[in-house]
Design a protein around this ligand. Sequence first.
Ligand code: MCA
Ligand code: AMP
Length: 475
Amino acid sequence: MTVAALLPALLDPPAGRPALAFPDGALTYPELAARAGAVAREIAGLDRVAVWATPTLPTVVGIVAALLAGVPAVPVNPRSGPRELAHVVADAAPGAVLADPTVDLPAALAEVRRIPVPREPDRPGGPALRNVDSDLPGTAPALVIYTSGTTGPPKGAVLSRAAIATNLDALADAWDWSDADVLAHALPLFHVHGLVLGVLGPLRRGGAVRHLGAFSAPALAATVDAGATLVFGVPTHYHRLADELATDPAAAALVGRARLLVSGSAALTAVDHARLQRLTGLAVRERYGLTETLILTAARADEPVEPGTVGRPLAGVELRLVAEDAGDDLGAVEVRSPGMFSGYLNRTDPPATPDGWFPTGDIGRWTASGALALVGRRATDLIKSGGFKIGAGEIENALLEHPTVREAAVVGVPDDDLGERVIAFVVAAGAADGAALADHVASLLSPHKRPREVRFVDALPRNDMGKVVKARLPR
Ligand code: MCA
Ligand code: AMP
């Protein structure tokens, strides 16, 4: 599969057309093309570049530069712990790191050539941008996004240019997403949700994105008032939005002027769905996907919302439910899609079965209308907290490195705000202190992986084979 051009509006930038607005500044298409084009010329020919992915303009300029140069970009969580960052740098082996010149980069990046992404106004003109897609196959890697597995350090999912282009076009079809749309969100820029959907989505359409910096109801209301038509967020954003709008009817009315509110990355509760509908008049549309597959299903703009479902498969996506027992209407979700990743960087495990099916690890059922309802996940070792996927094994390994920990089991428990929160069960070796153990984890890994609670137990429940049975842990 080939891609005509991943970001056509940057090759022929419409004069004066807004592209990006962040709390730290705004760029039109010609300004973005000039600035990213200058960086693209500096990095041309590199195998891969890291982008220090703060939620700021230089991050988008860096990512766009890499895509214009045909150099795969690795967005890096700027709050990565030293353990994760060292792994990502060693695994991705970037030829350069693109970063806002004002930030201090940590020691793990000291050996990597740093290319500052200019913050000052663009240098106008410059040679016209070449369309690298005319030379590259669609399978050429565009992004490497690190995502947690059940055990071990995060793995880099390689996403091709064709996967991104076809997935964004399928979403445009589902949501009537056009260059007239202005997207508002406050998502991080190192995951598929905020970066692929939230930045490349509008840029591929030739529309605009306004990043709020930090999410708040007043900021969102003002942005919708200023013309934003689409809102993307994780359920934690929508939970907090419902809380805030409950005491701010003026903001609720403004938010209600948006065309679509879209939630993803984790399940939106029925309570928050109903609260937001009552407050804004809008039914939040859910969509479902994974870093490895991009987006698979979505509630369409031109159809009524069926609360509790994540919509129907997008154009080109095949989705099947594999039931354990015949006649069971619940099944393991497996997919085959043009948005599928190409594999994990430096790993030989095949990305899918020989006939192309990828097991998502989610369990679902079809509703009468053909929409998918997700009912849970297979692995208790994967936790979704605030929309971030967290592997229990990575935290258990960090805990086990502490001298006061003999055994550890990490699970997610329900949380009104985060969906799930991380808690650790620990069999102590000597005098252990829960707060110190949580700090120990946060000193190695990203702060969102810090256990919110450490419970000490005499022994972990184990089966006859000696394997820990997390379902039997006291919740
Ligand atoms: C922040 N903290 C968290 C989380 N986020 N702890 C647990 N789970 C979290 N998700 C911690 C911080 O480390 C910090 O701890 C403290 O909470 C306050 O930090 P702050 O930055 O103020 O947090 P927040 O603003 O309250 O963050 C909540 C959030 C954030 C905005 C919902 O978690 C977030 O941006 N989530 C989006 C995740 C996302 O984009 N997922 C997409 C991947 P301390 O005080 O210890 O430092 S999924 C994907 O891409 C697929 C394709 C899909 O379907 O979308
Ligand atoms: P990640 O690997 O971080 O991309 O997370 C992918 C996982 O997020 C999926 O396997 C689902 O478990 C979960 N997910 C994404 N969107 C939704 C949604 N709308 N409802 C429920 N779970 C979701």
